[in-house]
Design a protein around this ligand. Structure first.
Ligand code: ZN
Length: 303
């Protein structure tokens, strides 16, 4: 009898350890929110991004440079290996390049290797630039903040059977210049990419249903997201919206999905590309709960 009690006791302690580990892997919404508010306030000019420098938008070369510096530091601090992608596009003709200067920018990128040998990659990210004269809080500091919080939690997982890459794209607002350059480079690299997930605008949920849309998903990813969302009672809508970074990867044949608030259903920010797209309009509950769901998706892919 005593030994049976011992076994039960042992099992109980083991179970508790698993529980503690599981809780450590997953931050609570209440823990995520202050971190996300801090990042959001620096990206949107509510707090200085560096020393005493405030940025009211992320559009000019200098503002984008400051953003790259800030976000690169964040990724390094949470244990990811920085591997920023500097690109320069041409007009396809050296004479034309003299008249129309080619676009150049930086996609902030970092790698989190698998904990056991794997050549497979899951890629996710969001554009960090904003429209001119627009603080770009919902579009798309929210996507960046979601991606960072997910990255931080992935780094704490004891086991990951795939490699992760986070990419924070430059110049989405100029015609997805950054993600197009990145997708081209990725295809050339011949990496074994399982899937690409891009997040653009996750800060508006007026009907409080925690629902969001998956844009132009592959059949495979649509099935996966929908079956997981059902477990959390989150309504998901599939749409054919193509005006964001996911398009750059679909065009090159990657297994891709775009993620956004309920843009097509109309439960979306009315401040898009306006000076009023500010920190104050962000629904931080929705941002944090969406972060948890997307983390769950990647954690499942890592198993
Ligand atoms: Zn956007």
């Amino acid at each position: 009898m005593k030994s049976l009690l011992k076994v039960i006791g042992y099992l109980w302690v083991t179970l508790l350890c698993f529980e503690v580990q599981a809780q450590k892997d997953t931050l609570l919404v209440s823990e995520i929110m202050p971190l996300q508010k801090e990042i959001m306030s620096r990206l949107t000019g509510k707090k200085p991004i560096k020393d005493s420098i405030y940025i009211g938008q992320r559009a000019s070369p200098r503002e984008r440079e400051l953003t790259v510096e800030f976000l690169s530091q964040q990724l390094t601090e949470i244990g990811w290996q920085l591997d920023n992608h500097h690109y320069k596009t041409t007009n396809g003709n050296p004479f034309l390049d003299l008249i129309l200067s080619p676009a150049s920018g930086v996609n902030i990128s970092a790698v989190l290797p698998a904990t056991r040998s794997s050549d497979e990659y899951v890629i996710f990210g969001s554009h960090y630039d904003s429209e001119r004269d627009c603080p770009g809080a919902i579009d798309n500091a929210t996507g960046v903040t979601l991606s960072l919080a997910v990255a931080s939690q992935l780094a704490q997982l004891k086991e990951r059977n795939v490699n992760f890459i986070i990419v924070l794209f430059d110049q989405e607002e100029d015609g997805e210049v950054g993600s197009k350059a990145y997708a081209k480079m990725l295809q050339k690299s011949k990496k074994n990419v399982y899937s690409v997930h891009t997040i653009d605008m996750m800060g508006w949920d007026e009907d409080n249903n925690r629902g969001f849309e998956i844009e132009l998903p592959s059949l495979d990813l649509e099935r996966f997201y929908k079956s997981e969302a059902e477990k959390f009672n989150i309504p998901l809508y599939t749409t054919k919206v193509s005006s964001s970074d996911h398009k750059s990867f679909i065009d090159r044949g990657f297994n891709t999905v775009g993620i956004s608030e309920e843009y097509v259903k109309g439960d979306t920010t009315p401040h898009l590309h306006r000076p009023t797209d500010t920190y104050e309009t962000v629904n931080f509950d929705f941002l944090a709960s969406s972060t948890q769901f997307i983390f769950h998706i990647f954690k499942t892919l890592a198993q």
